[in-house]
Structure formats: C-alpha cells, structure tokens
Design a protein around this ligand. Structure first.
Ligand code: ARG
Length: 456
C-alpha cells in the first residue's frame, strides 16, 4: 500500500520495520480527539480563506461520518498507516476522495499529535479530579462517624500517643486535598493549543491559531511554535502529580494491609475487596490494597521513563516523543481505577472500634500524659520525663501499666500526683484534651471536619 508520505521514496518498505515505527496499536485511543482536532482545523482553514468553503464542507461532512463510525466501532485501523493521524487521513480519503488531501494544509503531524495529547489529557484529568473529589467526600464521611474512636497513634510503628481515628483519616484528607489542588492547578498548562505550530516553525498560510484553539475549548495557544511541538512538560507534570497521589494511596494501603492482619485486626475489608488462597482455606487477603501499593511502582516508572525520554532530546520533534503515549495512558487508567477501588474499600470497610481502643489500654501511650501532668504542676518537663521514664521501666519489670500503679506509690514518687491522675491517664482523656490547633482533640476535629466539609 502507498504511504501518505511516499513521494520521495523508491525502495520497498518492510512490514517488520514498519511495525516497529507504528503507534496505531496504542494511539488509536486518541481517534476521537484526532477527529475533533481536524474539524477545528478545517473550520479555521475555511474561515481564513485558505481552502474554499465548499471543500471545507465536504471535509467536515467526511470527518463527521468518521466520528459516527468510530462511535459504532466501525473504523478499522491498520499498521501500514503507521499512526492514528495517517489512518484517519486515509479513511477520510476513502470516504470523500482526493479533497481529503486538503485537510493537512498548514498542519503537520507534529502539532496534530501534540493537540491530540492535550485534548485527551485535559478530559482524562477532569475525570480523575472527579474521582479524587469523591474519595475526599468518603474520607470526611468516615471521619464524621469516628470522631470518638480511639486508636494508637504511632511513631516508628511503636505506640506513641492515642489519637482519634477521625484524625488519622483527616490526615489523608489533607494529602488528597493537596493532590487535588496540584491536579486542578496543572490544568492551565494542559489547556493550551499547539495547533498551528505546524512542523516546527509555523506556516506561510494566513492561519488563525486563536480561532482553532477557541473551537477546541483551549484557553490559550503556545506562544512559540518550537515549544508547541516539543513540549511534553504537561505530561510529565501529570505523571509527577500522579506519582504523589499514588504514593499517598500506597501509604494508606500499607496501613490497611497492616490493620487487616491478625496482629492488628483494626479493620475488616468486605469480601468484595478481598481474595482467598488457592491452598489455605482460611485466608482473606487484602489483594486490592496490595495491588494499589504495587501499581504505585509502575506509575513512578512511567514518570521516570518520560523524564528520561526528554532528557537530552534536541528541539523540535523527534520520533522519541512517540514514547509519551503508553506511559500516559497507563498512568491515567491506573490512577483512575486505583482511586475508585480505594474509595470503595474505605467506604465499605468495617472499623473494629473496640479493638482499636483496647489496644490503647495495654500500652504506655499515656506516658506523655503523666509527664505533662507533672509539668503543669511546675516540675520542669525534662525532669518529669525522667521520672516517668523510670516509672515505665519499673512497670515493664513488674508487668503492669501506668494506670495500674497505686496512688500511694504515685505519691511516693512525687507528692504532686493526686487521685485525678487516673482520669488523666485514660486514653480518651488523652485524646480529648489535645486541643491545640490541628491536634487530635475532639473539638479540633470538629473544627477540621467543618472546614473539610466546606471544601467538598
Ligand atoms: N505517531 C507520531 C507520534 O506519536 C506522530 C507524529 C509523527 N511526526 C513525525 N514527524 N514523524 O509522535
């Protein structure tokens, strides 16, 4: 079959080499955007008097037929035509004849492919933003139900101080809010039209780039044609934002994996989000959480792949840039499904409030309470720390906890300690009283929740 760019070639092409260069197997995902871009381009050509209105009408009608066929799944693409752009041009030719050849006036595949990528990503990021918003709402809803659920707070994965489960959930709400902000802010750099940059240098035809950009719903045009066809920052930025987002999902997944273990039993995932073992009948594995954690690796990989493709790439278009697609598509799909699966998992998980709270009873996570109690009575904090440290050591040797120490022994240690100490040592009091701004105290959480709800 004749190549659309075959004019200066004499030798025969070889299928296995063509296959290596072809991108149609993956860039057909952008068929819709390619048609949309072509419709705007042809409208601009007519408006600027570059091709007659009658011919523009024929081309437009042909493109619309292709749109319909695409929607019905009736377009057939072939590797012989290399990529989505040449495939569509060929199909248009079959539809309307030689006038199809006028569509590519004042345009190159270089600005065409960049336009398709911008259009595709803009739409897909909008969908990811919706899913992320949903996840934030799910977290707020769960937090609302667990303000007074007490759990151990950890540092170094050791019991540190008791916290409210809502506080833990709202910490992730904060991370996902920043992820949302980053994605929303990045849209303005995706929302730019490269169309009309042509191959690299612009064109001698009297085109109107602002007009085609407006038809495509872009808010701006690239100011420099070389930049327009060479820029993939907007993709790298998306991959980077996705990496951060996946990292946050992955951290929470790691916690879910720990929490569903026999040792913790803090939460139970529903059957739908768990899987069994082919050999061990008792198993209920948190596969989905593990997969999200695992898929974070491939998203990082896509980011590094793209950074590496761009590193050292001279201006303007180079075929290397064709490598921008699979990583972007893969990341979009991975992030989208991970978000949806994760939200579903959180929404339906059963929280074992009893076990969470119980695990703050048989530990020393109230040691800070005792030290603070003494400090409030005038003992320098450093001294109070030493006193409590010694008492913790003594307790561990006797197999008891701070709340089991008798009042008489407390008064021997320091006469400032009175009977109200037992109330102070309870984990609920410890949480309730941490009312410093941003702390885990119930009043603070209520303020944080009210603020969070305002942003939903
Ligand atoms: N399939 C190509 C890509 O994805 C389209 C642009 C081709 N341009 C060129 N000058 N060969 O990058």
């Amino acid at each position: 079959m004749e190549k659309l760019w075959g004019g200066r070639f004499q030798g025969k092409s070889e299928a296995w080499i063509d296959d290596f260069g072809a991108s149609i197997s993956f860039d057909q995902k952008m068929a819709k955007e390619d048609l949309t871009g072509s419709l705007a381009h042809v409208a601009m050509l007519a408006k600027c008097g570059i091709i007659p209105d009658s011919e523009a009408a024929e081309i437009t009608a042909g493109l619309k037929i292709l749109q319909e066929k695409l929607a019905l799944g009736e377009l057939e693409f072939s590797t012989v035509n290399e990529d989505i752009h040449l495939n569509i041009e060929k199909l248009l030719h079959e539809e309307i004849g030689p006038v199809a050849g006028k569509l590519h006036t004042a345009r190159s595949r270089n600005d065409q492919v960049a336009t398709d990528m911008h259009l595709y990503l803009k739409q897909a990021v909008a969908e990811i933003i919706q899913s992320l918003k949903h996840l934030r709402a799910v977290l707020v809803q769960k937090a609302d139900a667990h303000i007074e659920t007490i759990m151990p707070g950890y540092t170094h994965l050791q019991h540190a101080q008791p916290i409210s489960f809502a506080h833990h959930l709202l910490a992730y709400f904060g991370m996902f809010s920043r992820d949302l902000e980053r994605l929303e802010e990045s849209v303005k750099r995706i929302d730019i039209s490269p169309l009309g940059s042509a191959a690299l240098a612009g064109t001698t035809f009297p085109i109107d780039r602002a007009y085609s950009a407006e038809l495509l719903g872009f808010s701006a045009v690239y100011e420099n044609s070389l930049d327009g066809v060479s820029d993939r920052d907007f993709i790298i930025e998306f991959l980077s934002n996705s990496s951060l987002l996946m990292m946050h999902l992955s951290r929470f997944c790691e916690e879910l994996i720990l929490w569903t273990s026999h040792e913790f039993q803090f939460v139970e995932l529903t059957d739908a989000f768990s899987t069994g073992s082919s050999i061990m009948p008792q198993k209920k594995n948190p596969d989905m959480a593990e997969l999200i954690r695992g898929k974070t690796g491939r998203v990082y990989g896509n980011l590094f792949g793209m950074l590496t493709v761009l590193k050292g790439l001279p201006l303007a278009y180079n075929k290397d840039l064709q490598e921008d697609k699979e990583g972007m598509f893969d990341t979009l799909e991975t992030v989208q499904t991970s978000l949806d699966i994760f939200a579903g998992m959180i929404e339906t998980m059963k929280v074992r409030t009893d076990i969470m709270e119980e695990s703050t009873q048989k530990d020393f996570s109230n040691a800070t309470e005792l030290a603070d109690y003494l400090a409030k009575k005038g003992v320098p904090f450093r001294e109070a720390h030493e006193i409590v440290g010694k008492l913790v050591l003594e307790c561990t040797q006797n197999g008891i906890y701070l709340q089991d120490v008798s009042l008489s022994h407390y008064q021997e240690i320091n006469p400032l300690i009175e009977a109200d100490i037992y109330e102070v040592l309870s984990s609920k009091t410890a949480v309730q009283k941490r009312n410093s701004y941003g702390g885990t105290g119930f009043e603070q959480i209520k303020v944080a929740l009210a603020n969070a709800k305002k942003t939903l």
